[in-house]
Ligand binder design. Sequence first.
Ligand code: SF4
Length: 212
Amino acid sequence: MDSKKALKIIELLDNFIKNPETELEYSSNFELLVAVILSAQCTDKRVNQVTRVLFKKYNTPRQFASLSQAELEELIHPCGFYHNKAKNLIACAKMLCEKFNEQVPSDFNSLVSLPGVGRKTANVMLIVAFNTPAIPVDTHIFRVSNRLGLTNAKTEEECERQLTNLFKSKKDLWGKLHHLILLFGRYNCKAINPQCANCILKDYCKHYNKKG
Ligand code: SF4
């Protein structure tokens, strides 16, 4: 897709979506990191229900590092995959204490060195916590970008490469376009039964125009 058409899509989304921001609740970079790790395979709504209770009791790397696996599992149980998530969160908190002076690091390579932190989580931290250009790609962004024809990717990593290339002259837009496409995927261009008939992007959408 040419970048002029791609920018038109982002402009339409920007007019349509009111608050293109994360829906996770947090009050520090560490809380955000915990919430993003918990959000894998889980809705932000459920993560917020869990963290509202969790963060009242524990919300620093040192506190998380001192928790037992069983204690943390019980607190995060509703988020699913609680065994691995608890293991990673405790290991991640320990590494933050030992190597990063109890602070969440602000560069990509340090972020992905933390247990439980992959490309997507690191990129979310970059845009939300540190205002650094990145395009985190999750399942919604992967699906919507391919449907629209912004990308033609087989993996989330390839999708990220294609999006950063397509919008390479608009780095200041990266964080915002991540939230715009993600929220559009979450509420409109859903995995099952996307709302094509009333879609504001249908004139520009490869998937819709292929269907005829
Ligand atoms: S027309 Fe359908 S597939 Fe295309 S962006 Fe809109 S909802 Fe998604």
